[in-house]
Ligand binder design. Sequence first.
Ligand code: AMP
Length: 215
Amino acid sequence: MNIVLLGPPGAGKGTQAKMISNRFGIPHISTGDMLREAISSKSELGKKVSDIVERGDLVPDDLMIKLVRNRITQEDAADGFILDGFPRTTVQAETLRDMLKEMGKKIDCAIFIDVSEEIVVKRISSRRVCPNCGKVYNLLSIKPKNDCKCDECGSKLIQRDDDKPETVRERYEVYLKNTKKVVDYYNSQGKLKTFDGSKDIDELKNSIINYLESL
Ligand code: AMP
């Protein structure tokens, strides 16, 4: 099953994508994680995109398409994948459709987690990540045992630069301007299924799993 996961930053896409990935045994492909890895390893791509990501703007489509093309053609994605954070523009959505068509594949379903700006700003400014092992926490919901340290490896938790409230508002604006059109795109193809992202994580997870199992 090839799935795309859509929704504003802070909708809980990453958490839900990991859960779908485990449940169905398909890789979780997060373009945000891939870009952050490129930035921290100071690769060519990382140098090109670091300022853009820090501002909360969108990385140019051609760079994103190249990155995703390389990833979805890897062997572990042969039987399906869940894309998290891509496509974010209509050009990306249409190019993804064409790329998959060349491979004899298609997107089977687009899961849209809908949440308001107000909830998003509150949630994201409470998000903390471990810079060492990548584990993601939330001081409101997925709380670490100690507010400052990772439960898994003990490293000091940090706030992503683009999780600061002013950048979150900017990212929400960017989302409204571009990604809403991607939601409309999948809706017009009858592939969109909308979920209420204000629900708690487990309730949302159960609704999504039940839906995917029914397909
Ligand atoms: P995310 O973790 O998905 O919120 O992504 C973090 C940042 O990476 C975004 O604010 C963008 O700057 C960049 N990014 C991730 N995916 C894309 C994409 N599909 N198109 C353009 N920029 C992206």
